[in-house]
Design a protein around this ligand. Sequence first.
Ligand code: ATP
Ligand code: MG
Ligand code: MG
Ligand code: MG
Length: 558
Amino acid sequence: MRQSQMFIPTLRETPQDAESLSHRLMLKSGMIKQMASGIYSYLPITKLVLNNIEQIVREEMNGIGGVEIHMPVLHPKELWEESGRWQAYGKELMRINDRHDREFALGPTHEEMITALLRDELKSYKKLPLTLFQIQTKFRDELRPRYGLLRGREFIMKDAYSFHVDKESLDVTYNDMYQAYSKIFSRVNLNYRAVEADSGAIGGSHTHEFMALADIGEDTIVFTEDDDYAANIEKAPCVETEKPSGEFKTLEKVSTPGVKSCQDLADFLNIPLKNTTKTMVLKSEDELIMLLLRGDHELNDIKVKSYFGIEEMTLADEADIIEQFNASPGSLGPVNTKVKVYVDYQVKSMSDYPTGANETDVHFINVNHERDFDVEGYGDFRFITEGEYLPDGSGPVKFMRGIEVGQVFQLGTKYSEAMGLNVLNENGRSVPVLMGCYGIGISRTLSAIIESHHDDKGIIWPKNVAPFDIHVVTANPKDKAAAEAAEAIYETLKKEYKVLYDDRKERAGVKFADSDLIGLPYRVVVGRGIKDGIVEVKARSGEESQEVPVDELVSFLN
Ligand code: ATP
Ligand code: MG
Ligand code: MG
Ligand code: MG
């Protein structure tokens, strides 16, 4: 490809508002353009890399018998009502109406769609097991889209679904997927770790997340030195703190009119959604209870860690507040009590919690009774911290940050039962089909690759995903002989490699800066040496360039 015909709008300045390295580098190297919050156009370089990642994913999916399909982006509301997720998915689900005012969702994931597809087609266990996948655009109205393609509102996902008549078969495919994912993430050169993950409200299910190790990662991985144990901190055992004694209100009684998400909550409390402190005025006891119960509990699509000190009553901590509250109900919650609220939050996926005791206007969805509190008293638990030991004595645990690039999940019969996907088994009995679902964030994986493959000059593409193999650059566009030689080199290399040929009439400095930014594995500079039949070859990952005779170039690059 000739660079003069390409569309690579590189920037000279580093965009300051981009918060992550991959986001900055993608903007700077002309890979993406933001069209709205969390919504990007993928420019040619991005498209080429995505194609490469997708190809690797396809090969590995096909390798375990996965068959590619393509399902609609528009999902009729009725399907999501059948699964109960029209309500439970909350604000992350993008919804639109057609001209007849029929409602649709823009697919954030396709369990409903594929279950509906197969319930009409699958009749007998003899067609099972079956694994279908697609690579497609997904829509999620993320609370905080950020870090460029790492958390977009419109992004590309590979989602696979498997169907089984028994658990053994599901286990086999789950394991195949796990292996395929390991191969995929190795092939795209990610330093990753598979960790046990929390199955959220689906409960009891078997699931692993694949985490690309990176400081920018929004997840914390807990692991032991010997690697016997590795889990998302959400899944790691909680540590119990002392239980304050006494009666406490049950969660069911807490009513927060209109509050269904953390954004609502923030609006309700009139606080911004970031680490913040704010003096606020409580209007009722219920509000106070709500605040107390927010400590370290999962709250709809958000995990909120908070603690409070009451400004004008110097109470030491949460337990103190509870004690005071229990000692004389009403004493802390009268109208106009001033409370200082500290909110530290982490965005959680709604899809992690597709169900739950989610009644309209009752807020504490996903607080698990046994784990997070008991109705008798008020049990308090906290996350394990670095250096502590696990309940089984192993440890001490270490922490690392990770980007969730993929997840494999045994769904069981959740969707098949809700939506009537049954087959006749060997004995002629109708049984619900067991399902697994398996996602990979394709566009997120691309960003994760950049997070770990770059230097201060730009991206350093691993060979397997690089948009081109070789960058042929003419140093001086006015040098006719060099330009002609470069043309010839381009034509030759093109036969064996994917070549980007910088034939632009730009200064050498600009071309080299762009070339470093774009980060192809090899650069071939056609400069003054060409009159002696010599070009300069430099690996993007190395320091030194080497002089290579033109007629040895192909064998050198091999
Ligand atoms: P997260 O915890 O980061 O919100 P998730 O658990 O909600 O992700 P899944 O429902 O497991 O995501 O979707 C499968 C994969 O899709 C994820 O492992 C991730 O790689 C990718 N993905 C999810 N949300 C986004 C997003 N907003 N932007 C880009 N990729 C995403
Ligand atoms: Mg997740
Ligand atoms: Mg999510
Ligand atoms: Mg996930």
